[in-house]
Design a protein. Structure first.
Length: 487
């Protein structure tokens, strides 16, 4: 009998919360391009005599993230000291929450591998401080082969939310969909920018495999994943590794493993500890969260992406694809909605934002909020397309000029677009010149050989090109028919 293996996976996600200062001190959180160890103080360096003071904004942002993930907020929580020794941990312990987190018992829905909706339970979201960052002397910055390592404590003390799922994930694909949905909802809430390139989101995966003969492999915790692709590859590798061990009759060790992205393998780091050295943080009082504060925080939550997309489909008639793209980012969703509120047709506005607007935003690597073309201006441009004053081709040219900062009127003048298109007389003159330049094509049409209308469409394309988008396709076709009768 051939054996089958069922993966059982839990995901731990670390997210940097969006605050101006660190979790227990006043050091700034924005240290991009600043020298190492320039954003530190006695508190985040763990110097004797320094005392932590909890940043209220961290609690606020943690609650926002928790509520966005359908968690409930605990009224009383504590901070603990988690003791372990590593060069990037200056105090010799990490201040974190443990069995009494700020938020618990949440959930997210994803699609399983069969396409059916599946609920992934979230055990808890707890607050903690980040550690420093090690810089290794190897050319690729990896630990393997390094002769020297340096520590930058600028990151030490940054506010983190650790989000721990139940072991409800069953494949690498499900894991990616789960963290993608989680990232989108947290970003919507405003709790974090969740910028993967800046290290604001990191993953650990707890992977075990159940064999069809009843045997279980022990859990391995895989660390060092900071992209969706790395998470997917690491889980796939670990499932295959553990399945092979069980298939060969061996036992899977319970351990912590390191993901080597360059080699595409996990390697053993240490045997998994069966205990934690936790003591209640003596320098911080219990954190009491009032129901009024929770209600105030819940009122700040925007409509979430899944619900927003459903509304776009139902109330605005958008396709599922358009609705999904427009709700991926709350900034884009707000830009689209403001365009519609300014009078634009929802379907046309959705198509333009999804194509023209996002094309420019992605090319320039900017936020949609930084666009010079504001929603009201885009709505005005689309209204002229809707009324027939501008063709779609003309409008795209005008839009390109508006992106440089020109008003719609100045952009129309610069592109030479003629509102209302080419006049009937001018269009007929243009058509006759095109026909005169292509006598062989005209002869084939008149002889009845163009049974599929390809030659007519060829002439129509030439006319549209010469008219620079100022002629409508149906008007061009009618003009061709009229000119051919005069031949």
């Amino acid at each position: 009998m051939s054996l089958t293996f069922t993966p059982v996976i839990g995901i731990e996600v670390h997210i940097q919360l969006k605050t101006k200062s660190k979790v227990f001190c006043k050091c700034g959180t924005d240290y991009t391009n600043d020298p190492p160890n320039s954003h530190v103080c006695p508190v985040c360096m763990g110097l004797p005599g320094s005392l932590p003071v909890l940043n209220r904004s961290v609690v606020q942002q943690g609650m926002l993230a928790g509520l966005a993930l359908n968690c409930h907020i605990l009224p009383t929580t504590f901070f603990f000291r988690k003791s372990y020794y590593y060069p990037d941990l200056p105090k010799g312990f990490q201040i974190t929450q443990s069995d009494l987190p700020i938020a618990a018992e949440g959930w997210l829905e994803i699609h399983d591998d069969a396409g059916k909706l599946k609920k992934i339970r979230i055990n808890r979201l707890h607050l903690e401080e980040d550690v420093g960052k090690l810089h290794h002397s190897t050319t690729d910055g990896r630990l393997e082969g390094a002769s020297t390592s340096f520590v930058d404590y600028n990151r030490s003390g940054l506010p983190l939310a650790e989000i721990v799922s139940e072991p409800d994930v069953s494949s690498a694909r499900e894991a990616v969909e789960y963290v993608t949905s989680l990232r989108r909802r947290v970003r919507y809430s405003g709790a974090s920018d969740v910028d993967l390139e800046k290290g604001m989101m990191r993953f650990d995966a707890n992977v075990s495999v159940k064999c069809s003969d009843g045997r279980w492999g022990k859990r391995s915790e895989v660390k060092n994943m900071n992209s969706f692709r790395a998470l997917e590859r690491a889980i796939e590798y670990e499932i295959k590794r553990q399945s092979k061990i069980l298939a060969d009759g061996g036992e899977v060790s319970q351990e912590t493993r390191h993901w080597n992205d360059a080699k595409g393998v996990t390697t053993g780091m240490r045997v998994k500890e069966f205990y934690r050295k936790f003591i209640v943080e003596p320098d911080l009082p219990p954190l009491v969260v009032s129901s009024h504060w929770v209600d105030e925080t819940r009122a700040r939550l925007p409509e979430m992406p899944i619900e927003r997309a459903a509304r776009y489909e139902k109330d605005m008639g958008l396709s599922e694809t358009d609705a999904a793209v427009l709700t991926d980012s709350i900034d884009v969703a707000r830009y689209f909605e403001d365009t519609v509120k300014s009078g634009a047709n929802p379907q046309r506005a959705g198509n333009w934002v999804r194509t023209e607007v996002l094309r420019f935003v992605n090319e320039k690597q900017i936020s949609v909020d930084d666009l010079t073309v504001k929603p009201a201006s885009l709505a005005e441009l689309l209204a002229r397309v809707e009324s027939g004053k501008l063709s779609t081709t003309q409008a795209k040219g005008v839009f390109e000029e508006m992106l440089t900062g020109l008003s719609i009127e100045d952009a129309i003048k610069k592109t030479g677009a003629v509102e209302g298109g080419v006049g009937a007389g001018a269009l007929l003159v243009l058509v006759k010149s095109i026909l005169a330049a292509n006598p062989d094509v005209v002869e084939e049409i008149k002889s009845g050989k163009d049974t599929k209308g390809k030659k007519v469409k060829f002439l129509q394309g030439l006319i549209m090109r010469e008219a620079k988008g100022q002629a409508k396709p149906d008007e061009a076709a009618s003009a061709i028919e009229a000119a051919l009768k005069d031949e």
